[in-house]
Design a protein around this ligand. Sequence first.
Ligand code: NAG
Ligand code: NAG
Ligand code: NAG
Ligand code: NAG
Ligand code: NAG
Ligand code: NAG
Ligand code: NAG
Ligand code: NAG
Ligand code: NAG
Ligand code: NAG
Ligand code: NAG
Length: 662
Amino acid sequence: MEVKALVLASLLSFLRLAAGQSFTLSSASFNSEERGYLSSGDATYEPSCGCVHLTTSEWNQQPVNSSGRIVYRHPFDFRDDSLRGVASFNTSFTFQIVRVFEDGNSGIGPGAGMAFMLVPEANMRLPKNSYGFYMGLLNETMQGNNSTHMLAVEFDDVLNTDVGDPSASHAGVDINSVISVATANLTGEFNLTANYTLTAWIEYDATTDCLEVRMARNSTERPREFLLRTNFSSRGWKLSGVLNQERMYVGFSAATGQDCFQFHRLYAWNFTMSRVTKCNGVDCPVVKVLVALSVALALALMVALAMVVVFRRTKKIAYTIHMPESVGITRFSFKELRSATRGFSKKLLLGRGGFASVYKGTLKDRTAVAIKYLNRDKAEADSENSIAQFVAEIRVIGQLRHRNLVGLKGFCFERAKFCLVYEYMPNRSLDKHLFDPKGKLEWHQRLAILRGVAEGLAFLHEGWQQRVLHRDVKAANVLLDASFGAKLGDFGFSKLVDHGTGSWYMTAVGTTGYMAPELYTGRATERSDVYSFGILALEVVSGRRATSLSKDKNDEDSVLLDWVRELACDGRDMEAVDPRLHEAAARAEDIVRAIRLGLHCCQLEAYKRPTMRACCQLLQSNAACLEAPPMPAIVSSPSVRGLSLDGSGEGFNVDDDANHSS
Ligand SMILES: *[C@@H]1O[C@H](CO)[C@@H](O)[C@H](O)[C@H]1NC(C)=O
Ligand SMILES: *[C@@H]1O[C@H](CO)[C@@H](O)[C@H](O)[C@H]1NC(C)=O
Ligand SMILES: *[C@@H]1O[C@H](CO)[C@@H](O)[C@H](O)[C@H]1NC(C)=O
Ligand SMILES: *[C@@H]1O[C@H](CO)[C@@H](O)[C@H](O)[C@H]1NC(C)=O
Ligand SMILES: *[C@@H]1O[C@H](CO)[C@@H](O)[C@H](O)[C@H]1NC(C)=O
Ligand SMILES: *[C@@H]1O[C@H](CO)[C@@H](O)[C@H](O)[C@H]1NC(C)=O
Ligand SMILES: *[C@@H]1O[C@H](CO)[C@@H](O)[C@H](O)[C@H]1NC(C)=O
Ligand SMILES: *[C@@H]1O[C@H](CO)[C@@H](O)[C@H](O)[C@H]1NC(C)=O
Ligand SMILES: *[C@@H]1O[C@H](CO)[C@@H](O)[C@H](O)[C@H]1NC(C)=O
Ligand SMILES: *[C@@H]1O[C@H](CO)[C@@H](O)[C@H](O)[C@H]1NC(C)=O
Ligand SMILES: *[C@@H]1O[C@H](CO)[C@@H](O)[C@H](O)[C@H]1NC(C)=O
């Protein structure tokens, strides 16, 4: 039941995020379970107020140069085809500036302020030396520099005439600079110097090119009256020249300084972006829309026709293709395979999934094989395009030979009948041993399996002329030979899903529990395989399923990763170990190393995860043991600190090009 609920929950969150990716995005509330943001600098979640402290929450009567920021986890593309070339957006948030130092003794006062910001990916992390009146937004190098690509709305409670502040309590619109292009004094109910909890609305409407700021106290009802309105066109500013980066992040920043200190709290936040182009009568009359529509339709028809022609052609190619001898894979006839499996006898069934059944077979030359019979409905199976791709993929995969990859011996396709013939693995798959209460895998075997899987994945990622992603690393896809050596199965085919007109034999790529967070909105990369490998490592050590519930009754919906992560942060790694491991105590060092590596592989930010090559090295007995990675900013347990994005020291200094996957 609970597992079902969990699966449903992940499914729902997937749907929500997927919709968000398109045009409209909504809420990342800090009290909810949604792990919506990344933080850098001193920003931390503070359970006592249920809020995020953007600057340090530790006050020891000493002002420090503290600065911090959070950004929503996924980037936005603000460029659009409308008149202004930028998308409209609305945001609303509830915040509080708490002035723990009032002006007075020893020249120390309150400061310095906070801001809502839109920043490009390059400037997503907190810039160095951005404390003081820079409010964590930018630093001296970036100030006034058009390559900063930043739009911000500041809430500043200190009068600093150096940067043109109008008063001690004001809002300002900032473009690539902390010298505002427009400001408004905030007095009375909106007084920033009075510790008030305030809600602000910032709305940019691309049709009018105006940005409006509204505020309310004790209310989340949007007021009619705005406090500040900037008409960018009338000032000769083009937002399209600022927000023109493909990946922009939205968030908040704040700072204190060397002679000022205060708390900057953020309680709730929502954000919507809309790239829907609105028309006004003159610019796009209905006629124009209709014309555009019919042109689009005509084009679509032409493309469809062209595709049919191409399919026709590929059909011929597909059916006459021959494997080069050197590839070493055989094309079997369906008849051969049918007799090898005694007519696909139920007695020889090794396993059954949503898309395929696997049978044990014996070929004429008496070699044992595993035959995967793909279930497809006839209509889909007959799509000529699929067949051409299937054959193309088989040629690629057939050439991938590695001791930790299950060898493909051959294939068969005849009309709607598709089979893949693999070498037979007598000890079946890892999950059958790992999650069986009677399973007997000892630690040295488990470690060897992990090393094998790591080697196999490293080979897929880097060992061959073409990068291959596995995309479905999980215990059920790790197969064990007679001596419990690990071989990774089911690799490579997922590529078909990308190119295909429809699904091939997998409707979704990946398995709940093993899927990296970025997969819900982005593309698969090597680092998402690394994430799945990390989960697998935790399963291997703990003997528990990724989505199984923890034994702690008070913490019923915690998943394996969260549970192990918390234990590791407390230095109690060994409590996660499978109690069935008799040699655990003697091999504690290796075990902790594997746990820590698993956790590093499962970090939220893909770039911090090690490469598979690095994993291979880190699994060696002489490798140094990693520290447990910091807790992510929001996890189910509220009592944790934000994770750092400043990059120094942590992570693995990977080139950030993990995106070029195929
Ligand atoms: C804060 O930064 C200033 C330079 O801007 C430096 O002189 C001062 O020592 C720093 N204070 C702390 C506590 O780091
Ligand atoms: C922003 O809010 C205004 C007023 O509620 C609404 O008219 C507009 O459509 C919203 N824009 C977006 C992008 O959600
Ligand atoms: C400003 O920040 C960038 C990025 O963190 C850094 O490279 C640069 O050195 C900083 N400039 C100053 C003056 O600190
Ligand atoms: C503006 O920023 C770019 C890149 O951040 C830097 O190369 C350039 O020197 C800066 N220009 C000025 C005038 O500081
Ligand atoms: C920055 O861009 C603005 C607006 O396009 C322009 O007026 C200004 O001259 C630019 N500044 C620099 C230093 O290039
Ligand atoms: C803002 O306040 C300052 C000083 O309190 C005053 O000089 C200035 O005129 C005010 N600006 C507006 C737009 O009211
Ligand atoms: C803001 O509130 C503070 C403290 O309550 C008060 O001293 C100050 O005069 C107020 N300022 C404005 C502009 O209302
Ligand atoms: C704001 O809160 C701080 C700490 O609670 C307190 O010391 C300070 O006097 C308050 N300021 C105002 C204007 O209420
Ligand atoms: C907001 O709440 C505070 C404290 O509950 C109260 O003193 C103040 O009058 C309220 N303001 C408004 C505008 O309702
Ligand atoms: C965002 O929050 C504000 C204030 O709480 C609220 O008025 C608005 O309706 C919210 N918008 C969405 C889309 O949740
Ligand atoms: C913004 O400024 C432009 C150019 O000055 C003007 O044509 C337009 O009407 C203004 N828009 C609004 C909503 O005031």
